[in-house]
Design a protein around this ligand. Structure first.
Ligand code: AMP
Length: 213
């Protein structure tokens, strides 16, 4: 099974993608996570991506597509994957489509997690991420057991640069301009499914499972 999660930054698609990956035994592939891991390790790719990420913009298509195609070509992706944060532009979607067609393959579903902008701004300001392992929390919705400390590894929790209010608005603008057209793109392909992302996490997950079967 090959899936794509669509939705604004902060819509909760990462959380759902992880749960889907676990239940269906497929790999969760997040381009954002790949970039953050590279930044942490100080790789040239990380240095390049950071410039765009910190400014709330998108990493150029050429670089992003290369990273993604390398990742899904790995052995563990043979049984399928759920893409979280990719594609984010029409050119990215087109390249993915072409590559899958070459392999006689296709995307089964693109799941759009729908959340209004106001709710996104509120959610992202409360998001906290672990500096070490990348685990994410929310000060109200998913608080860590001890304030400011990661449950998983005990490291410090911070507000990521790309979750800061000024960056969030920029990311929403970028989303509406560059990523939302993908909803139409996958609708035309007949694989689009919409879910209401303002519901409780488990309710959204149940709805998605109903779609996937
Ligand atoms: P995310 O964790 O998915 O919200 O991604 C964090 C940041 O990484 C984004 O704001 C972008 O700067 C960059 N990024 C992640 N995925 C992509 C993509 N498919 N295309 C371009 N930039 C991306």
């Amino acid at each position: 099974m090959k899936l794509i999660m669509l939705g604004a930054p902060g819509a909760g698609k990462g959380t759902q993608a992880k749960k889907i990956a676990e239940k269906y035994g497929i790999v969760h592939v997040s381009t954002g996570d790949i970039f953050r891991a590279n930044i942490k390790n100080g790789t040239p790719l990380g240095m390049e991506a950071k410039k765009y990420m910190d400014a709330g913009g998108l990493v150029p298509d050429e670089l992003t597509v290369r990273i993604l195609l390398d990742r899904v070509a790995q052995d563990d992706c043979k049984n399928g994957y759920v893409l979280d944060g990719f594609p984010r532009t029409i050119p990215q979607a087109e390249v993915l489509d072409q590559e899958l067609t070459k392999l006689g393959d296709k995307i089964d579903y693109a799941i759009d997690v729908n959340v209004p902008d106001e709710a996104i701004v509120e959610r992202m300001g409360g998001r906290r991420a672990c500096v070490k392992c990348g685990a994410t929390y929310h000060i109200v919705n998913i608080p860590p057991k001890k304030e400011g400390i990661c449950d998983v590894c005990g490291s410090e929790l911070i507000l990521r640069d790309d979750d800061k209010p000024e960056t969030v608005q920029k990311r929403l603008d970028v989303y509406h301009e560059q990523t939302q057209p993908l909803v139409d793109f996958y609708q035309k392909k007949g694989v689009l499914k919409e879910v209401d992302g303002t519901k409780q996490m488990q309710e959204i997950f149940d709805e998605i499972c109903g779609i996937l079967g």
